[in-house]
Write a protein that binds this ligand. Structure first.
Ligand code: KE4
Length: 428
């Protein structure tokens, strides 16, 4: 594949945008080489600036669960844009998507829309602190909840890729209120709670982790967190920015039947436009301004253009819940095919999968937390990434990311991908 124009565009971008990108993971730092610049996308395919067609396994990091430029979403955006895009005043469509989201997801009565997953998680933690009147939070090493200060304490994803878990600019004052636990280790969580009795407002967790690669919760982990929260007057926050409206209509709460107190959303809920949200039962959400004392605001929050994209997306998922099983079957097919060809070539690896999230790790140990994910051979991953890219397959440009399967993928695309894995495996 030729990437000359992408490289030229990257050189230009770096003159005016730090690192040439507006989000670090896009810069290919973890895998080397210049990032690909996309010209357009349709369905399961990206078309880059050099005319290459790539089968997309990232789908804008999750939102394009029905494929790029999906007509119902596209048409909704086009029609809404003709009537103006943002007024900074309430609109009916905000109520429509709020009612739909509340009907789809368990344990939420009210929802507040924001513009990103970061805003959703940052606001959820402030709300938990305001509701419980306690300061500390527990998060998990390797889990990523966006880039607000309280979370950039050994964040997963981008920060881990850069090997600088504690970001400069985060103050000691902030860091002291964030306690770090090991994912899938209930004993560790219990120990932290006991050492900080009465001080913890919430535990925030990716109920299925996607920022260490894909790591499902071990048997009883989420149920254990629920019990620990109930016993210690702590709120359980499910960060479903990745998993919400992807792993099931009602997200992980529905899929694994565990109740959260606050749930955050992003990605799919916006249908590809900037939308985040956080939701909970009425007594918690009514603490929010202008009703309650917990302040949170946003100029473009709930803007009708983004709401139109989100409403079209959620409507289709709500009316065709078979989509979740269909993309789950496609992911299972991909898993089976990749395992077969990698084993044939004696490539040491492990694949994690749940629903339409999957990741490949080049290590023989099971990958169940950040420490075990970090044992993956990154040199092998880099070769794997570029080998796949050279055959027109775009996977996550980092071993610490999940792939996101889209319903737009055909089984022919999957077979082409499995064949590309077989060819790439020759050079691993
Ligand atoms: P955003 O602020 O990027 O919309 O959402 C932050 C966020 C919160 N919670 C979870 C579980 C997330 O995965 C994310 C963002 N995910 C990354 C991918 N690992 C977005 C890609 C990027 O950073 O460019």
């Amino acid at each position: 594949m030729i990437y000359k124009r992408s490289s030229a565009l990257f050189a230009e971008a770096q003159k005016v945008i730090p690192g040439g990108v507006n989000s670090p993971v896009r810069a290919f730092k973890a895998v080397g080489g210049d990032p690909i610049f996309v010209k357009e996308a349709k369905g399961a395919y990206l078309y880059d600036e050099d005319g290459n067609r790539l089968i997309d396994y990232i789908n804008s990091w999750g939102p394009m669960i029905l494929g790029h430029a999906h007509p119902p979403v596209l048409n909704a955006v086009i029609e809404k844009a003709k009537k103006g895009t943002s007024f900074g005043m309430p609109t009916e469509i905000e109520t429509q998507i709020a009612e739909l989201a509340v009907s789809m997801v368990p344990n939420i009565d009210k929802i507040r829309f924001v513009n990103s997953g970061t805003e959703a998680c940052m606001s959820a933690v402030r709300l938990a602190r305001g509701f419980t009147k306690k300061d500390k939070i527990i998060k998990f090493a390797g889990c990523y909840h966006g880039h607000s200060d309280s979370f950039l304490i050994q964040a997963g994803s981008g920060a881990v890729t850069f090997g600088s878990p504690n970001s400069p600019g985060v103050t000691e004052g902030t860091a002291k209120d964030t306690l770090l636990a090991r994912y899938n280790d209930l004993g560790h969580v219990e120990g932290i709670i006991n050492s900080n009795k009465g001080e913890i407002a919430c535990i925030i967790v990716e109920p299925v982790a996607g920022n260490m690669g894909c790591i499902p919760p071990s048997e009883g982990f989420l149920e254990g967190l629920r019990s620990l929260c109930d016993a210690n007057d702590i709120l359980l926050v499910f960060d479903e920015v990745m998993t919400g409206f992807r792993l099931a209509k009602g997200g992980v709460q529905e899929l694994l039947d565990v109740d959260a107190d606050i749930v955050t959303f992003g990605k799919v809920i916006g249908g590809g436009l900037p939308v985040g949200a956080f939701a909970a039962r009425t007594e918690i959400m009514n603490q929010l301004a202008p009703l309650g004392p917990v302040y949170q605001a946003g100029t473009l929050s709930g803007n009708p253009l983004a709401m139109a994209a989100g409403l079209a997306m959620l409507t289709e998922l709500n009316e065709n819940t078979g989509i979740f099983d269909s993309i789950g079957q496609k992911t299972k097919y991909l898993h089976k095919g990749m395992t077969e060809v990698l084993n044939e070539k004696n490539v040491t690896h492990t694949i994690n999968r749940i629903g339409s999230m999957i990741s490949v790790h080049f290590c023989e140990n099971p990958v169940t937390d950040f420490e075990s994910a970090a044992k993956g051979n990154n040199e092998t991953f880099k070769k794997f990434f570029h080998g796949m890219l050279d055959q027109g397959i775009y996977i996550a440009p980092s071993a610490f990311e999940s792939w996101f399967i889209t319903e737009a993928l055909t089984y022919g695309d999957l077979d082409e991908t499995i064949k590309a894995v077989a060819t790439t495996a020759e050079s691993l």
